[in-house]
Design a protein around this ligand. Sequence first.
Ligand SMILES: Nc1ncnc2c1ncn2[C@@H]1O[C@H](COP(=O)(O)OP(=O)(O)OP(=O)(O)O)[C@@H](O)[C@H]1O
Length: 374
Amino acid sequence: ARAGDTGQRPGRARRGVGGELRWSRGHRRAIGAASGGRRGGMGRNGSVKRGAAAAAPPSFTVNPADYRLMEEVGYGAHAVVYRALFLPRNQTVAVKCLDLDQLNNNIDEVQREAQIMSLIDHPNVIRAYCSFVVEHSLWVIMPFMTEGSCLHLMKIAYPEGFEEPVIASILKETLKALEYLHRQGQIHRDIKAGNILIDSAGVVKLGDFGVSACMFDRGDRQRSRNTFVGTPCWMAPEVLQPGTGYNFKADIWSFGITALELAHGHAPFSKYPPMKVLLMTLQNAPPGLDYDRDRRFSKAFKEMVAMCLVKDQTKRPTAEKLLKHSFFKTAKPPESTMKGMLTDLPPLWERVKALQVTTFLLLFYLKNHNVFYI
Ligand SMILES: Nc1ncnc2c1ncn2[C@@H]1O[C@H](COP(=O)(O)OP(=O)(O)OP(=O)(O)O)[C@@H](O)[C@H]1O
């Protein structure tokens, strides 16, 4: 691991500073901590740049004292994300704090996320500026996406989902990101509205590589695992079925589910407990847009979703092929379709706080009415 811009060697890094992780069980594992000065990386067009310095992002230090954590702007299963100030330049960034104690058995996944994020070079994929260990957390420093995720946006202002032109532009940018990742041999494995991030100008970027995986890391194109990875409602049937091999086509299924999520404000089966979602995904006909119920959506949109949600993964299109579908041909850039949608909204951290209060009240209600999910 490189210690980042300060030039510290991992071996000399103080505890909590630098690119080295001192693991509580006596393991010593290195976390990829790369930033502006690194060599190599994935090229914008998929080429791997060797030797030359990658497109120079602004440099960031790996000293936690240089960052002031401000408000909480997001949280997931393993992490809390803060808006933060990078004090040397008074620049706003996002800091994702992953709890390493909670992730004790998943150190390889943490390491993979940090490494992948630091090598990314695509306008539609969130890139980590650098990452380092602070006490029991891994801090990942990345661009702050002012409007948060599409999920946040829907929950706060568009509970019934977005209009088709907005969906088309968000999905097209996401698909470009997927096409890039797949070309790099990466499966994202957690495509959903909560991981599609938007900034104030309407720029769309795919985030969260917590569960992404390299397709070629075992020398085969097909992965076979006995554990679920991802979020059940968005997971392809072959991923939900332990022992079945899956590949990058699993992302195409999740992409189709995300299209439905953006259209309706929630994913199909999202109101059911995980075990029921599993059974419904495996046993029922794939979900889709209803030709009658979803009259407001075009035939091209319905067709595109149906192509993604084919149970047989070999019959699903690749991201590259899907990008050529007529639905995306007419899609406008999100900067123009989202104009006006993002004004008059409270700042992201206030939205997140409001959503936290709502979730707390809902859980409180369910508990008091003896409603439990299995
Ligand atoms: N760069 C960013 N700028 C603004 N908000 C962000 C940024 N990155 C993440 N978020 C917000 O934080 C939330 C949680 O982040 P993330 O999905 O990376 O965490 P996680 O623990 O890996 O999530 P999951 O439970 O999906 O695995 C996101 O849904 C998003 O709303």
